[in-house]
Design a binder for this molecule. Structure first.
Ligand SMILES: Cc1cc2nc3c(=O)[nH]c(=O)nc-3n(C[C@H](O)[C@H](O)[C@H](O)COP(=O)(O)O)c2cc1C
Length: 358
């Protein structure tokens, strides 16, 4: 019997299977507002048990990339409502991933008046695509003041409320892949000398305060978090205390009783692998649901579920390229390959036109 394709629950939510569509930034939200093309794209993929939306900014300051959606204006909430209605009609549940890009940003991508913020005034290596001028170096961020920190926590809490108003079943905090929350966790990007920097207790404080604020806003069973221990994406080098720091985070997030932790392993994309011992630590320390992701096919998903390594499996590129991934994996049918040239380009090409089985 397949575990992957059998019904389960996530807290109070009934899921039609254990396959999760991983968060995938697709840059189709012209003007940072979700639209009908996005509703069509997500609805095509709503045979998943749970869909996690693309990274969505809780603040104008968090819109580091071109054409990513937000969750802070009435127009954005109205646009997202059309998405969640289309997804729910097909049976999937949907969480909004709240992604504040922090220093992975360029001012040309931000609306007027918005600021590139980070724990410290340290620019990330690497470049950022802008519609106006093509590739540009990541911007030098402003170090957040205590007032900025307070305001940003408030933006996350309000965005969580907005997500529910837009019909989402919950939110996932993007604490992975080098964005603002991870910028606080990691010592290379956080060199603060106040109570938000230095020891892991201090570097974890912002993330835990954001999680706590989100819980207070919408309830602990509606808040998950994505983390990338040992992830190096966006100029985040591995350091000696990595395992100890993330073990601390696992304990503190367990104390908050979050709905789930979602671990990223980008080794299939060329990054160093996440040690199995780190995943096992999260599994034993954290009592909520554990989602694993990265390079899964149906067989590996089935075997990790059967081994009890996780409760749900999230899949990115296969879902991007196969609207009917559930049907294909169930029957062992061939799958479409993803076209990386259209990952982030505007319009339906490489977005809503991947063929489904006839
Ligand atoms: C086009 C693209 C966009 C992505 N956008 C996000 C994102 O917005 N948030 C996030 O947490 N991860 C993002 N990821 C990472 C995926 O969620 C996933 O972890 C990764 O693709 C590895 O899983 P896979 O091997 O199943 O594709 C993105 C990946 C791709 C390929």
């Amino acid at each position: 019997m397949s575990l992957l394709f059998s019904k389960t629950s996530l807290g109070p939510l009934a899921l039609q299977n254990r396959l999760v569509m991983a968060p995938l930034t697709r840059s189709r939200a012209t003007g940072n507002v979700p639209n009908d093309l996005m509703a069509q794209y997500y609805a095509q993929r709503a045979s998943a048990g749970l869909i996690i939306s693309e990274g969505t900014s809780p603040s104008p300051n968090g819109l580091g990339y071109a054409r990513i959606p937000g969750a802070f204006s009435a127009a954005q909430v109205a646009g997202w409502r059309r998405v969640t209605e289309a997804v729910h009609a097909q049976g999937a549940k949907m969480f909004m991933q709240l992604m504040h890009c922090g220093r992975i940003a360029h001012p040309l991508n931000l609306p007027a008046g918005a600021r590139v913020l980070a724990p410290s005034a340290l620019a990330a290596a690497g470049e950022m695509f802008t519609d106006a001028e093509g590739m540009k170096p990541n911007a030098m961020p402003q170090a957040m003041t205590e007032a900025d920190i307070k305001a940003t926590i408030g933006e996350f809490a309000q965005a969580a409320k907005n997500a529910l108003a837009a019909g989402f079943d919950g939110i996932e905090l993007h604490g992975a892949n080098g964005y603002l929350l991870e910028q606080f966790i990691r010592p290379n990007s956080n060199q603060r000398t106040d109570r938000y920097g230095g020891s892991i207790e201090n570097r974890a404080r912002f993330v835990l305060e954001v999680a706590d604020a989100a819980i207070r806003a919408i309830g602990r069973d509606k808040v998950g978090i994505r983390l990338s221990p040992f992830g190096v994406f966006n100029d985040m080098p591995v350091y000696a205390a990595m395992a100890a720091d993330y073990t601390y985070l696992a304990r503190e997030l367990n104390a908050l009783e979050l709905a789930y932790i979602h671990l990223v392993d980008h080794s299939p994309m060329g990054a160093p692998p996440v040690p199995d011992s780190m995943k096992a630590t999260f599994r034993s320390v954290f009592k909520g649901a554990l989602i694993l992701s990265g390079g899964y096919d149906a067989a590996r998903a089935e075997s990790d579920l059967a081994a009890g390594k996780c409760d749900l499996v999230a899949v990115g590129r296969p879902f991007l390229a196969n609207p009917d991934l559930v049907a294909r994996w169930k029957t062992g049918a061939a799958v479409n390959a993803p076209d990386f040239n259209t990952f982030y380009t505007p319009g339906p090409k490489g977005y809503t036109d991947y063929p489904a089985l006839g």
